[in-house]
Design a protein around this ligand. Structure first.
Ligand code: ATP
Ligand code: MG
Ligand code: MG
Ligand code: MG
Length: 572
């Protein structure tokens, strides 16, 4: 590729709405152009990066035995009504009508369509397991599309769906995908971490997110540097952790100790305005209930807000339900005006959704009664048994026999992949069954696995850039090498030497561009530093007189002089 024939249109300034480096730099480098909020054209330079990411993802998916197909972007409402998600999905689901006033959606994900395919295609145990995937445009009408490709409304995702005969085999399919994802992110050349995660709107019981580590990430990850424990804070969030965010590394032992100062600190932290969704993790358990399950009581006392909804989502292995108690029952028991009261399981995540900003989370009391329940440590203020901050290790380690000690650290991440074990959630609703060896119909066990192709491009930049521009990992750089031919138009020596190197590199399969534009060297260098090509070779008359070229590795910055004859082996 000759740069004079390519479309290079770099900008000095980033658009004012671009808040993060990837958005600023991709726009300045001319990789993306905004057409509407959260909707972008991938320009040739940007599309090249996406295709390289796609290829790595596709190769590893194929190696893992998944089969590529391509499902439509426009999907009929009936399928979404069958699973109930037509009503449940909310405003992120873009609904459209055709000329006959029939309802359709622009797909945000494809569980419905793929399960419909499978219920029609798969009849016998002999056809399972199978894993179908596609790389396709998604549309989610995000409440706050922002950060360019990081949170677009239209974006590209690889989504895969596994179908198995039984749970054991479905868990194996999950593990295969988990391993494939690990290989994918290694090959992409990114620093990442797989973390235990919430299953959210997709449903299911086991899930991991793949997070690219970057300070600008929207997610917070809690991990133990000494073990392989890592979780999205959405899952592990606890008042103690919120307090510890100031000091990113905390001794678990210390958090676990009931300690008045710490509790005050917790309460103080929680007084800062939070969002209108408050989350708490139930940290403590009472003695076993009459059905043999561990449970605690959660009491939410109304403050100056209306509580609209309390959702309890579960960690794998905790099956307890949640119920609302009558106001009288609560008043009798606790002597205060209740919001909600009910038993929830140890380690459940409780999300409280209030109708406006909840200024003080300490309005909520996660409490206990005289039977010896423990507290989360916030503003209990009642004459009950000695309050205790429960042992955080129960939660963070997710370990039924919480024994070890260690440190907890927090870092920010960008969610680039997500794997879910779904079980029969969708197959039950859509009646996707197969006949087992005895000829009996059985529900198919499912898993689903997403990778944000376009978000990865942005995440790679968030993780790798400097004040001059992007620094691409070689595997996904728009070009691996740029040859800057100085004074191309006038110097035959430069033309010959740069063309020769260019042809040699191409013959080696290296993705190279030759910059033959008639621009000043400073402009040329600034463009390629902005675009972030990993290796730059400068060919100029002065160097050629001594048979020398200049090579710069974008990540390191310094220039090195190298013999013309050694250039090829140096680069490849
Ligand atoms: P988020 O928490 O960031 O909203 P999600 O959990 O809703 O993401 P999933 O449903 O798990 O996303 O989708 C799989 C993958 O698709 C995500 O891991 C992410 O990489 C990508 N993705 C999701 N939403 C967007 C978006 N708005 N823009 C770009 N990529 C996205
Ligand atoms: Mg989302
Ligand atoms: Mg998420
Ligand atoms: Mg997710």
């Amino acid at each position: 590729m000759l740069a004079s024939h390519y479309h290079i249109n770099t900008l000095k300034e980033a658009p004012s709405e671009a808040e993060v480096a990837s958005h600023q730099l991709m726009t300045r480098a001319g990789m993306i152009r905004r057409i509407a909020g959260g909707i972008y054209t991938y320009m040739p330079l940007g599309l090249k990066v996406l295709r390289k990411i796609e290829n790595i993802v596709r190769e590893e998916m194929d190696k893992a035995g998944a089969l590529e197909l391509l499902m439509p972007v426009v999907q009929p409402a009936e399928l979404w009504q069958e699973t109930g998600r037509w009503d449940e999905y909310g405003a992120e689901l873009l609904r459209i009508k055709d000329r006959h006033q029939r309802d359709f959606v622009l797909q945000p994900t494809s569980e419905e369509v793929v399960t419909d395919i499978v219920r029609n295609e798969i009849h016998s145990w002999r056809q399972l397991p199978v894993n179908f995937y596609h790389i396709q445009t998604k549309f989610r009408d995000e409440r706050r599309p922002r950060f360019g490709l990081m949170r677009g409304r239209e974006f590209t995702m690889k989504d895969a769906y596994s179908f198995d005969r039984d749970e054991i085999s479905a868990q194996k399919s999950y593990d295969i995908m988990y391993d494939a994802y690990t290989r994918i992110f290694e090959r992409l050349g990114l620093r990442f971490r797989a973390v235990a995660a919430d299953t959210g709107a997709i449903g299911g019981s086991r899930s991991h997110e793949f997070q690219v580590i970057a300070d600008t990430g929207e997610d917070e990850i809690v991990y133990n540097p000494d073990t392989d424990y890592a979780a999205n804070i959405e899952l592990a969030e606890a008042p103690c952790l919120i307090a510890e965010r100031q000091a990113p590394t905390a001794q678990l032992e210390k958090i676990a100790t009931p300690d008045a100062t710490k509790c005050e600190l917790v309460a103080e932290q929680l007084k800062r305005p939070l969002c209108d969704t408050v989350k708490a993790v139930v940290l403590a358990t009472d003695p076993i209930d009459d059905k043999g399950k561990p449970q605690i009581w959660l009491l939410l006392v109304r403050g100056d807000h209306e509580v609209n909804e309390v959702k309890v989502s579960k960690l794998p292995g905790f099956e307890n339900g949640y119920r609302l108690a009558s106001e009288e029952e609560i008043q009798d028991h606790f002597g205060c005006v209740p919001g909600y009261l009910g038993p929830v399981g140890l380690s459940d995540t409780v999300t409280v959704i209030a109708d406006r900003t909840v200024a003080h989370m300490s309005d909520f009391i996660c409490g206990a009664n005289e039977a010896g329940f423990h507290y989360t440590g916030v503003n209990w203020g009642r004459d009950v048994a000695e309050p205790q901050v429960a042992d955080l290790r129960n939660v963070v380690a997710g370990d039924p026999d919480p024994t070890g000690t260690g440190t907890l650290a927090i870092q920010r991440g960008i969610e680039v992949g997500h794997v879910f074990f779904l079980g029969d959630t969708y197959s039950k609703k859509l009646q996707a069954t197969y006949l087992d060896k005895e000829g009996k119909p059985q529900l198919i066990q499912m898993g689903c696995y997403g990778i944000g192709i376009s978000r990865i491009a942005a995440a790679a930049i968030e993780q790798n850039h400097d004040d001059k521009g992007m620094i691409w990992p070689r595997a996904i750089a728009p070009f691996e090498v740029v040859i800057c031919a100085l004074n191309w138009a006038k110097s035959e020596a430069v033309q010959t030497a740069s063309m020769q190197l260019y042809e040699q590199l191409k013959a080696q399969g290296i993705d190279v561009i030759l910059d033959d534009r008639d621009v000043r060297p400073g402009v040329m260098f600034a463009d390629w530093e902005l675009i972030g090509v990993p290796v730059r070779v400068t060919v100029g008359d002065r160097g050629l007189k001594e048979n020398m070229l200049e090579i710069q590795q974008r990540a390191r910055g310094e220039n090195e002089k190298i013999q013309t004859s050694e250039a090829l082996s140096y680069i490849t």
